[in-house]
Every structure is written in structure tokens, then in C-alpha cells.
Design a binder for this molecule. Structure first.
Ligand SMILES: [Fe+2]
Length: 323
């Protein structure tokens, strides 16, 4: 990808240029090719699950119609705006002492252009929060194809509300087209890559992979190339579907989303559909698989339709602790 002149409509990136060179990157080239073929035909097949309701205009219309007839549409839309700030203490056995209490704000599945007042609401929720680092675990766009500009405007608004460094990975609703603008706004993209985080004289590593769900362009082996053995590894991935690979790669903590916790759940929170090839217990909240700890966020936004039932949208403050 060459130097790109950024969108003049966006006040944060207008007139700026960013160098994005993924020219020889096999995963990126594969993703770009798949994005070209990303159409309604992909409602069935492709990715790690057979059925992709998020790609179907028909599913959206059916759900909207059903909720309207039953008088539940407005309540579902109100629920989707009721974002909770969740506290999640996590004990990591080999966390360096200087990182005890280190706080990571996770925002997942933002789908920022779901409705015009969603991005301002999300920015309002995160603005007063205190944390050391922010991570975004993908799905910035509402639909899986089409204009990226409305979601970029949302990302720009959100960036103004975030403090310090913000690291991001892409989800199955996103496009590689968004990368230059995101970089110009001040997001760091971890595209099958890692970055050391230093506190006093000690390091942990933040590692990010591309979407393991639909595009399957995640390359954890490549992402870990620069990470020394024996050091705490926190992995950002859009979906928990990478859990087996992550565990075998000695990852300490997998931070992910994608499932929306079902988004529409039964009273008590049981999801009707998780849209991911992983055990149900990995589809929301805290979980452990052998030595790997994980957290699957139910997400801040909503897809297919901007409604939620029995599954409150969230942003998460992960507070890391030594044993
Ligand atoms: Fe999502």
C-alpha cells in the first residue's frame, strides 16, 4: 500500500499523509483480495462458521420486522445505548511487579456507524475513565462492506475522548482501507505485530493479530517474532477462535470480542447464537483454557440491528495483578 492522502472531510486527518507499506505482506494481500469478494454471497460459507447473518440484509429486515410487530424494537434500541463500565481484575502468574495494578481499557465491537448518536455516547462513557492503555479489539464498521467514512468519523470522535496510547486490531466488519486514517488519528495498529510496554525497567508485550474469524488472516507466529521468551504476552484478537493457537504460543492473556455475547439473549443472559467456533464458555466474560486466561467482551456496539436484549453493552477495565 503506498502513501495515502487522507480524507479532507475528517478534521483529525485532513491534508495529512501516512506511509502504510504492506506491499509484501502475505496476510494483508489475502485480506484485500477477500474484501473485494465480500458480498451477500458470503452469508453462507467462508470463515470459521457456516452462517454469517451479519452479511445479510434479509436477516436485518426480518429481525427489525419481528421486533416491531412485538413492540420490542424501541426497548432493544434503548438497551443498545446503555453501555456499562465493567471492572475485571486479572491475576497473571508472571506479570512483573511494576505492572501490578496496570489497567487496560478494552473497547470491542464498536460498530460506530450503527446510528448517529452512538459514537458520541461511547465517547461520553469512556472520557472520564482512568487507565494506562486502551485496546480496541475490532469491528468499527456496522456493515461488513460499504462506505468506511461514517465509522472513521466515529473513530476520530472516540480518539479525542481517549487518553494516551490506543492499540487496535481489525475485525471481520472492517476494511484495510481504514488503516491509514486510523494511524493518522493516533491509533497504533497491531497487524500481526507486537510492541513492548515498559514500566520502570520491566517489560510486557502487547501482541495483535488480524481477524481469526472471517478473513482468517491472523498470523500469531509472525506477530511473536520479536517477543522474548518468558515475558508476559497479552494478545489482542477480534475473536476467541484463536484460543488453541494462543495457548500453544505461551500467551498469558487473550483479550477479544466478536461474539457480542449473542447480543440477543434469554433472560439470565444465555446467548441464542455465538457466531464463533469455540466452546460456549469462551463466548463471553472471563475464561481459562489450560494455562491461557482470556476475556471475551460482549462488545460496546451492536451489529445486524442496533438492539440488545439481556446482554448489556460494555467497555472493560482489565486490572492486571501479580499473584
Ligand atoms: Fe462485532
Amino acid at each position: 500500500m503506498p502513501i495515502k492522502k487522507l480524507d479532507d472531510q475528517n478534521p483529525l486527518t485532513a491534508g495529512r499523509e501516512v506511509l502504510v507499506d504492506y506491499g509484501q505482506d502475505e496476510a494483508m494481500n489475502r485480506r484485500i483480495n477477500l474484501e473485494r469478494g465480500h458480498s451477500d454471497e458470503r452469508v453462507f460459507g467462508g470463515g470459521t462458521t457456516f452462517f454469517h447473518p451479519e452479511n445479510s440484509v434479509l436477516s436485518e429486515a426480518l429481525l427489525r420486522g419481528l421486533l416491531k410487530i412485538t413492540g420490542m424494537l424501541d426497548r432493544g434500541r434503548r438497551n443498545a445505548m446503555d453501555i456499562v463500565v465493567r471492572e475485571n481484575p486479572v491475576v497473571l502468574p508472571r506479570l512483573p511487579q511494576s505492572f501490578d495494578g496496570f489497567t487496560v481499557l478494552q473497547i470491542s465491537d464498536l460498530h460506530l456507524d450503527s446510528r448517529p448518536d452512538f459514537a458520541p455516547r461511547l465517547a461520553e462513557v469512556v472520557a472520564p475513565l482512568e487507565y494506562d492503555l486502551c485496546v480496541l479489539t475490532g469491528d468499527y464498521r456496522f456493515h461488513t462492506k460499504g462506505d468506511v467514512r461514517p465509522s472513521l468519523m466515529g473513530l476520530s470522535l472516540l480518539r479525542e475522548a481517549l487518553k494516551g496510547d490506543a492499540y487496535a486490531v481489525l475485525g471481520n466488519h472492517d476494511s484495510a482501507e481504514m488503516i491509514p486514517d486510523m494511524l493518522a488519528m493516533g491509533y497504533e495498529l497491531l497487524y500481526n505485530a507486537s510492541v513492548p510496554i515498559r514500566r520502570d525497567d520491566q517489560d510486557i508485550y502487547l501482541v495483535g493479530v488480524d481477524d481469526p474469524h472471517f478473513f482468517q488472516t491472523d498470523d500469531l507466529e509472525k506477530a511473536l517474532i520479536a517477543v522474548p521468551r518468558g515475558i508476559t504476552r497479552i494478545l489482542l484478537a477480534h475473536s476467541p477462535e484463536i484460543y488453541r493457537v494462543a495457548e500453544s504460543a505461551d500467551v498469558d492473556f487473550l483479550v477479544c470480542g466478536h461474539t457480542h455475547g449473542g447480543q440477543i439473549a434469554l433472560p439470565g443472559g444465555k446467548a441464542l447464537y455465538k457466531n464463533a467456533r469455540c466452546p460456549s464458555r469462551l463466548a463471553s466474560g472471563n475464561w481459562q483454557y489450560r494455562s491461557l486466561k482470556g476475556y471475551t467482551s460482549v462488545g460496546a456496539g451492536s451489529s445486524l440491528l442496533d438492539v440488545r436484549f439481556n446482554c448489556q453493552p460494555e467497555v472493560v477495565l482489565h486490572r492486571l495483578h501479580c499473584p
